[in-house]
Structures are given as structure tokens and as C-alpha cells.
Design a protein around this ligand. Sequence first.
Ligand SMILES: Cc1ncc(COP(=O)(O)O)c(C=O)c1O
Ligand SMILES: [Zn+2]
Length: 404
Amino acid sequence: MSVDTLRCRVCEAEYPAVASGSCARCFGPLEPVYDWDELARTVTRESIEAGPRTLWRYEALLPSTAPANITGGPGWTQLVSAPRLASAVGVGEVLLKLDHTNPTHSFKDRVVGVAAAKAAELGIETLACASTGNLGNAVAARAALGGMRSVVIYPNTVEPEKLLATAVYGGEMYAVRGTYDDCSRLIVELSGEVDWAFVNVNLRAYYAEGSKTLAFEIAEQLGWELPDAVIAPIASGSLFTKIWQGFEQFRRLGLVEGQAPRLYGGQAQGCAPVAHAFADDRPVSPVRPDTVAHSLAIGAPADGDLATATARASNGAIYAVPEEDVGPNMSLLAGTSGVFGETAAGVTVGALRAAAAAGEIGENDRVVVLVTGTGLKTPQLIEARVGREIEADVDELLEGLGVA
Ligand SMILES: Cc1ncc(COP(=O)(O)O)c(C=O)c1O
Ligand SMILES: [Zn+2]
């Protein structure tokens, strides 16, 4: 559904729903304003269930109109049980949300799907972004699908697999000698020069809304019930704050009952400004990232303070996960559930383990773990596990297997 108004989440100033960045008064994040009375009258479980098997089944609760000419599309990823992971960490039930099965193998297809639909409504023909890796893939692919131009700016530390997964779509791309935060600054400066759709700058109010569909899907896939806890990775903090809003909106509309889930966030120790702010109960202060979890390497997170407030409001927490645990956590996830998540998933599983160790979640809890990206784009931490080469000789094989 198209919206007319954006409202500042901090000072509540209102603006027309065009491509604009943050609040001109206080720099706070802008959000679409919905007509909740109208939505309460028209949105039902049945109306949603009759929709497409993509995130556009929630079109009434999104700020853009579903593109008519594009089928398929992101979202409606599987929610699967992971009983062996649950017993490995000592939690009643673990469900994995397989968002690495989106078209470009990360949840970023959701946010880009909503932003690109808004760009089309506004008649903008170039999609651009600064990216830690996955966002650029989603932007380049979505632009290719819609016959648009795309421009992506990365820090030069991004994994080669992620660069390839942008290049293949014909996207224009630059690797910057600097951090993501340098790229973000460049993109903000560029957005003052050209009238493009910068998905996470001037379209951020729309883009961010894509993430709340993760919460909608989890509730719907649980048979219109809420889990006890959700574990998510944090970079800018947008995903984390939006899944909370998603659950709150479903409760407000009476689509689900009961308490909203506790939200637990994870950051890698080498870039954990939000986790440290949470632990010390203070505002986020920027850091210079030095982490193996490149997709989460944002040193100055735009929604960091909102993320700590969200963790508290939900009775959850945010954990810093040791760098040396990220690879083993990816292996734990894969080895107990058959799901190969990326470094961000290694961080998320680290937050799951930390919450279980702290007694925050336990045998009575149903916990959803978000797998937000695929491990095939971040193979570096697993390379050492690849088997050795042998001659085409059965004796050598039997010996290696310990059968001889
Ligand atoms: C795989 C993956 N998970 C999680 C995130 C975190 O998203 P956010 O910036 O909304 O916190 C990112 C961000 O790039 C990501 O690539
Ligand atoms: Zn404001």
C-alpha cells in the first residue's frame, strides 16, 4: 500500500512520503504513517493467507505497492525445526528462519524489494547503496530484474564471493580503500549530487520496513502464534528494531495474541558498538571495525540506540560474540541442522549460546534463530575443514577412513 506521510520516530515531525533521508529537524529516522483504524477493519488472517507466497502478502502493511510486472520475489522463506541444535545449546525448541534462501541468498532482498518498488513509484531509474556485501548483491540483482542501473560502493575488505555476486548482474561497483562507514559517508555526499534511489539513505524509511516481514512470517508460520524469543544479528540495527515493530503491529491488529518475544541480538567482538552500549547502559559510540564478520562491520550504526532500546523493551539482550567462535558456530549450525549460514549466522548462533549460558532462554522456550545470509559467500572460515587430496587408490581411501 502506498503511504502519504513519513513521521520522525524521535520528534514526530511529519513529511510528505517522497525520497528523503532523515528528519530535517533532529536527524531522527523517518517512518511511514499507516491508517491503523482502516488496517484493523481490512487486514485479517484470511486476507493475508490469500496473498502471494512472497513478502507482498503483507502489502497492506508495507509502504510501497507490489510491482505488477515482477513475479517471484523475496520472502516467505521456510521456518524449520533444528532439534539437534536445540539440544546442543540446551534450549527447548529451536526454529531456523532460512532467509539465506532469498533470491540473492540474504534477507537484504526483503529491504531492497520494498525500496525498489518505491523507487519505481517515484519514477527513479538508478538504485544505489553503500554495502557490507549482501545489500549490494540484492541491489544489483533487483536493478537487473527491473532494467534499472545500479551503483554499489563497498569497503575493499568485502569477501570476493560477494563482489562476484554483484558483478554478475552487471552492476557498477567500487571497492573503497576504507571502512563501510567511509562508504556510507561517500554515498551520503553522492546523494546530494544526483537524484538516484539510495536504498539505505533517501529510501531508508521504506527500505527498513522490508525487515518487519520477517516477524510477520514467523508469526504466521507458527500458526498465528508468537515465539518466546528471536535471535538476530546486528549491523546498523535496522533489522533488529524492525522485527520488534513487526510483532507489535501484528499484536495491535489482533492477528496474534500474547506477549511479544524477547529479542536477543549478536555482534562480533571486533565490531560490537551496540553490544557494548547495551552492556554498559549508555549511548552507542562508534568503533573502527576489525572483524571476520564483514557483513556486520558497521562501526557507526544508524539505529544502534534504537536497537539497545528495543532489546530492553522486549526484555532481551545484545551480546558480543568472540571472534574465534564465529567459524565454529557456523560449523555447529551446519553440523547439527544441515544449514550453511554465513559469518553473520555464526554470530547469531553465538548470541543463542550466550543467552542459553546466561539462563535467559532454556528448556521451556521456543526460540527462532534468523539465518540471514549464506555461508557460500563467506567460505574463508571453513576452508581449513576441506578434506585432503588422495590418489585414486582404494587402499589409501580405506586407510584414510580407518577401515583398513
Ligand atoms: C547477512 C546479514 N545479516 C544481518 C545484517 C544486519 O542488518 P542491519 O544493518 O539491518 O542490522 C546484515 C547487514 O548487512 C547482513 O548482511
Ligand atoms: Zn525528528
